[in-house]
Ligand binder design. Sequence first.
Ligand SMILES: *[C@@H]1O[C@H](CO)[C@@H](O)[C@H](O)[C@H]1NC(C)=O
Ligand SMILES: *[C@@H]1O[C@H](CO)[C@@H](O)[C@H](O)[C@H]1NC(C)=O
Length: 132
Amino acid sequence: MKTTVTLAAVVVALFVPSEVRAQSDSGFSSTCATWSGSGTILTATCTSISGSMINSTLDLNDCFANTEGILGYQVNGNFAGSCSNITHNSGNDLDGDTGYLSAICSAANGDKFDTAIATSNYVGNENGVLQC
Ligand SMILES: *[C@@H]1O[C@H](CO)[C@@H](O)[C@H](O)[C@H]1NC(C)=O
Ligand SMILES: *[C@@H]1O[C@H](CO)[C@@H](O)[C@H](O)[C@H]1NC(C)=O
């Protein structure tokens, strides 16, 4: 029991500061002409500042982590190390332009969770190139 409490404290200490520190981009799906996802790779054709169209890819392992079955933004989070059945959907939030990443992610005790995160809240178009 004591070990569990100690571990939980360490997890909080490790993750809270990085979430506060991390500054992610957002909104790629509204400024990119086309996009698609396959596995952990997001591919898009986005408009640069000068107006040209640029193709780029982003490995979402660089952007998201699985913490106890929940996907969250974390630089180099490597979520796919503990998630499977990764799918991508274009969603329909109020702006009609949200992309969703869905996966089945494992908790430390082996329980699996069907979870999703709005990729466009954390991935942006940085001068034509996808970035998180
Ligand atoms: C960008 O991707 C599109 C669609 O896959 C393709 O038709 C086009 O030739 C690509 N453009 C460049 C500059 O690679
Ligand atoms: C996950 O993928 C595996 C292999 O394709 C499949 O057998 C399984 O039914 C999927 N699980 C869910 C919950 O979709």
